[in-house]
Design a protein around this ligand. Structure first.
Ligand SMILES: [Zn+2]
Ligand SMILES: [Zn+2]
Length: 308
């Protein structure tokens, strides 16, 4: 295999583009894809203060690296979910990445802030760990961004993530979630910070290749809670389709963005107002995060035997 740009020996194949690149030209390709995502979707405005959600995995660290190289104004936010060795490793890799680049990093600790790690919170609230984790992260990203005066939150969701979420949403006809699935979630309420996904054009494999070629030391292990998760099942199905016909995933997700998303969103965004308890934007009276933590706390209190 030869590099599309220089005809040198290729290091990374990008089958859906029917292309392969040597290491330097792959780095250029990946960064150009992120740049294209940022510009064609108008993700960033001038003087944007970006809070980058960093887990310590390949996607978020690759994203942060590209934004730092572009000279964007970024600060990292890492949330310690309290998942044993996995969380300790994730935090250490993230801190090392930031230290080596002189980048600003905030670390929030779920147990310190809310008295529960993600496993306890999920179990006591009756949610799956992935659902409790997703909800907690979205909540904390917005809260920390608002408190810190940031104007955008950037996350490392890639093409594989977005296609798998889309498949799950379609299989269950989650119309509310379908209406919200987009590379950019605009600020539709003063308490809501814009959310952008600059990696939506590139795959999981490409994030890994980028991180490795840039010498980024990321956490390779998957979260132990993700074993058997629906999202992995959906990714597996899409990977089989992709193996049979390269480009299927991209056509599936981009086709949704071009054709179906505008139709679903025609009614405009849902009306948001501040949560009665925490002031974060919600469509309900009390937001889903406050309801989840309250339910978990009530269950845990009921379980604790009272002292005589
Ligand atoms: Zn080349
Ligand atoms: Zn709330």
């Amino acid at each position: 295999m030869r590099c599309l740009k220089c005809r040198g020996v290729a290091a990374v194949e990008v089958r859906r583009h029917r292309a392969a690149y040597c290491a330097p030209h792959f780095l250029e390709f990946f960064e150009a894809q992120v740049h294209r995502a940022l510009t064609t979707q108008r993700m960033l405005r001038p003087e944007e203060r970006i809070l980058v959600a960093v887990s310590g995995g390949k996607d978020s660290l690759a994203l942060w690296e590209v934004l730092l190289r572009r000279g964007d104004d970024t600060t990292g936010l890492h949330i310690n979910l309290g998942i044993g060795d996995y969380s300790r490793e994730s935090r250490a890799r993230t801190e090392e990445f930031a230290r080596a680049r002189g980048a600003r990093l905030f670390v929030a600790d779920l147990r310190e802030e809310y008295g529960m790690d993600i496993g306890t919170l999920a179990e006591a609230s009756g949610r799956s760990p992935c659902s409790a984790c997703g909800l907690s992260k979205r909540y904390l990203f917005n809260k920390m961004a608002r408190d810190g005066g940031f104007t955008a939150v950037a996350t490392g969701h890639n093409l594989d993530d977005e296609a798998a979420v889309l498949l799950g949403n379609l299989l269950h006809w989650n119309m509310d979630q379908l209406a919200r699935q987009a590379p950019v979630l605009e600020q539709t309420h003063p308490h809501l910070v814009r959310r952008v996904k600059p990696l939506y054009r590139t795959s999981e494999r490409e994030s890994a290749a980028y991180a490795i070629l840039r010498g980024i030391d990321y956490v390779i292990e998957e979260c132990p809670h993700s074993r058997g998760a629906r999202s992995l099942l959906h990714k597996g199905v899409l990977n089989s389709l992709e193996a049979a016909s390269a480009g299927t995933k991209q056509a599936f997700y981009w086709g949704f963005l071009d054709r179906l998303a505008p139709v679903i969103r025609a009614g405009g965004p849902p009306a948001l107002h501040p949560c009665r308890q925490c002031d974060q934007p919600t469509t309900e009276e009390v937001c889903a995060f406050c309801r989840m933590t309250a339910r978990a706390a009530a269950r845990l209190n009921a379980r604790t035997p009272s002292l005589p």
